[in-house]
Design a protein around this ligand. Structure first.
Ligand code: UD1
Length: 427
């Protein structure tokens, strides 16, 4: 199994191209199920999760073809074609591997009038139920049955009908499923307390480009007027705000300066504010955002929240950076329970972090030390890479498959700005 090996202590300086957003790609790809025409997505990141989603779509009868990528280029162009569906079942084997597989539920139901999807089960960062996905579809007339670990959803008379739903808590995935179902329903659907993440805006923009009628885009109140059919289009996946934020933390923790090429400031306000409060200098230029640190980091108090709040997907990376701040930082995780799995590993690298339920106190230390570490989820793995970049000595991050799910060519991008980092294969 591969590992990432790092010799820490280098200040990182230079430019990092930001890839297409993983979480946007995973909600744009299932839109191919909504039309008999071809959908082409550009700037799709080369990630394990994108490949897994492609395989799931293949099983449903969607053909996928990828245009060749030239050496040194990031991203790729994929054409997806769901001329006719071969199956309406997303099996346990796929959903178990990637929870986002549940995002085929809404579009399959809209297209075929039925969909059967395995329940995702537990997941490393908490319980993560799908009750809201089901409730919002029920508000559009879907009939839901649960049996043998599967959810079977059926649209009476083959088509959903518009309905109103107010989410009791903000859910990115449930908002996405609802949007993809509502665009082909008969009549008007209104979603209240909908998620406002930039990836939801990207999804709405694609659906509108395919012929959908959606208003309130970017707000918590989405109004969808169902149409009879959607058509194909070509669409560019938005840049990954979480990848960009992660590399900004790399500049912070190493006292370096990195230009995040292609990053969009409006998608990252909470992250950029937090970086500025920690003492980093933020500059905007026409190709992206430059973040620079002078080696001194101020402590922070941060609480995760739905967009436009501070993203839960940035919590682990900020924690690693704040280990090197001068003073005590306070973090609160409000979205997922169990999202401090990186803490025991960071402690092995000399970090000083206390956990009290959903709160963490990070006591800044003078230095971190390299160690062999492993993590249980994607962002936790990145926090260990960040700690390794600043640590004295060598760090080996095991279970690289977590990183490969969400960071395109991580070691290439970090080496290009001066990190001593490589992928090692243990055969
Ligand atoms: C998405 C992102 C993930 C990010 C998360 C929150 C993708 C592929 N993943 O995950 O990276 O960390 O948003 O920004 O885009 N909940 C319920 N019932 C439901 C659905 C969710 O109770 O049916 C709860 C969850 O347990 C959690 C909260 O709602 O406490 C938010 O989860 P949600 O926004 O749905 O996260 P995902 O869409 O799974």
């Amino acid at each position: 199994m591969d590992s990432i090996w790092i010799r820490g202590g280098n200040k990182l300086n230079g430019e990092i191209p930001i890839s297409g957003a993983k979480n946007a790609a995973l909600t744009l790809m299932p839109c191919a199920l909504l039309t008999e025409d071809k959908l082409t997505l550009t700037n799709l990141p080369r990630l394990a999760d994108v490949d897994t989603f492609g395989h799931l779509l293949n099983q449903l009868g969607v053909s996928t073809s990828v245009a060749g990528v030239k050496k040194g280029e990031f991203g790729r162009r994929m054409t997806l074609h769901a001329g006719e569906l071969a199956s309406t079942v997303a099996p346990y084997d796929m959903v178990r591997r990637m929870r986002a597989s549940v995002l085929v539920l809404g579009p399959m139901l809209a297209r075929a009038g039925e969909a059967t999807v395995s329940l995702p089960g537990g997941c490393a960062i908490g319980d993560r139920p799908i009750d809201l996905h089901l409730k919002v579809l029920e508000s559009m007339g879907a009939e839901i049955e649960l049996a043998a670990g599967y959810v079977k959803a059926t649209a009476p008379k083959g088509r959903l009908s518009g309905g109103d739903y107010s989410f009791p808590v903000v859910s990115v995935g449930a908002t996405e499923n609802a949007l993809m179902a509502a665009v082909l329903a008969s009549g008007r659907t209104q979603l209240f307390n909908a998620a406002r993440e930039p990836e939801i805006v990207d999804l709405c923009n694609l659906l509108v480009a395919m012929g959908a009628k959606i208003s309130g885009i970017g707000s918590a109140h989405l109004i969808i007027d169902g149409v009879e059919g959607l058509h194909g289009t070509t669409y560019e996946v938005m840049p990954d705000r979480i990848e960009a934020g992660s590399y900004a933390c790399a500049a912070g923790i190493t006292g370096g300066s990195i230009s995040l090429i292609g990053a969009r400031p409006d998608d990252m306000c909470a992250t950029l504010n937090a970086l500025a409060q920690a003492g980093l200098m933020i500059e905007f230029h026409d190709r992206g955002i430059k973040v620079s640190a002078d080696g001194k980091l101020r402590p922070l108090a941060l609480s995760t929240a739905p967009f436009p709040g501070f993203a839960t997907d940035m919590q682990a990376q900020f924690m690693a950076m704040l280990c090197m701040a001068q003073g005590q930082s306070y973090l609160e995780e409000t979205i997922f329970e169990n999202r401090y799995m990186h803490v025991p590993e960071l402690r092995r690298m000399s970090a000083s972090v206390d956990i009290h339920g959903r709160s963490a106190i990070v006591h800044g230390v003078d230095g971190l030390t390299g160690a062999s570490v492993m993590a249980t989820d994607l962002r936790a793995s990145m926090s260990l890479v960040l700690a390794g970049l600043a640590a004295e000595g060598e760090t080996e991050v095991l279970r690289v498959y977590h990183l490969d799910r969400g960071y395109e060519r991580l070691e290439e991008k970090l080496s290009a700005v001066g990190a001593t980092i490589e992928r090692r294969s243990s055969g």
